[in-house]
Design a protein. Sequence first.
Length: 387
Amino acid sequence: MSGIPLDKVDLEARKRAAKILHEKFRKILEDILSGKAPKLEIPKRTLANTIFDKERGILVLGEQKLEREFLDMGEARRFMQTLLMASIIYQALIENEYPTIRDLYYRGKHTIIYKDPSGRTRQENTWDEQAESDSVIRDIEVFTGLLREDMLILSKEKGKVVGNLKIRSGGDVIDLSKMGHGAYSIESTPDLIDFIDWDAEFVLVVEKDAVFQQLHRVGFWRKYKAILITGAGQPDRATRRFVRRLNEELKLPVYILTDSDPYGFYIYSVYKVGSIQLSYESERLATPSAKFLGVSMTDIFGWGRKKPYLTETERRNYIIKATDADIKRAKELMKYSWFRSPGWQRELKIFLEKKAKLEIEALASKGLKFLAFKYIPEKIETGDWIE
C-alpha cells in the first residue's frame, strides 16, 4: 500500500471491492490451472433482457446470460478486455488510487503486436474508443455486482444539492445550508457520505440547473424545509444514488420537476424506475416512490375540472411547437410499461394531440415567486402529481 492517508470509510470500501473482484475472477485462474477453457458468464445488458418489475417499481435485468469464452474467436477479444480492465481496477484499489473512467481508458489502451498463422506481423488495439472501455466497465459491474463508484472510480461531478442537511465526507462535516449562492457538488462516491443531521420535509429534484439556482436564490428550500437537488439535465449515477439514499434512509418524499416534454418525462422516469442502460443497478439508483410534480400537460391545458395554470394568452406566448423527434419520443414512451398508468397515458395523448411543449422557465416567466411560492407548494399540498 502507498503512503496516501485514507479515512476509515474509504479504506473499508477499497478492501471490500478488492476482495469481491479477487473472488469473482479467481475462477478464471482455477480453470486455466485445471486445464479447462476459461469463460465468463455475464447477464445480458440488452433491451430485450430488461424487465419492468411492477412489484418493486423498477427496471431490472432478466435471466438471460451470455458466455464469454477465451477460446471462442468471436468472444476472445472482449474476454481479454474484461480481464485487462479488472486487473487495472484491482491494482488501483490496492494502491490507493482514484482513477477516472478516462484514466482507465488510457491505462488499458495499447497495441498488441503478433504474427498470424501465415507468419505475417499484425497488430491489435486493446480498445480504440472510450465507449468501448466504458462498456467493459459496465460488464464488470454486472459480473461482480459492484457499482463503479464502489470500486472508487471517479467521474465528473454533475449534480448539486442545497438544504438543511449536514453530511460527513472524507472526515469533514459539511453544512449544506451554508453554501452561499452556490451549492454542494454531489461527489462521485455518494455511498461514502454519512448523513449527520437534517431538518427537511421533502426532496425537490429539478431537471435544470438554471431553475435550481433561481429556487435556491429566492429561498425556496428555507421556506419549505426542502432538500433542493439538480442533476443538470439527464442525471448522473451519483445524483440518482444520492436521491435514493435521502428517500430510503431519511424517509423523505421525492418530487421531480422537469420540462413538459417527452425528454423531461423520461428524466423523471430515470429517477423513479431506473434507466434501460443501467437496469442492473436500479435497486440502488432508482427511487420507486418518486412523484412527478410537473410541469404536466394538464397544468398547461387543463383536464376535466382542473383549471390550467396558464391563461390562453400565456399559452400562446410560452408554448413551443413539438419537433418530429419529440413526437417520436412520446410514442416510444407510450409503449413503455412504466408509462402505461392512466395518468401518464393521458399526459402523452394530450402532448400528441396538441403537439406542444413547455419549459419550466415559462412558469418562472410568470414570476419567480409564482413558481416557488405558488405552483410548487400548491401541487405538493393538493397531491396534484403523477405516478
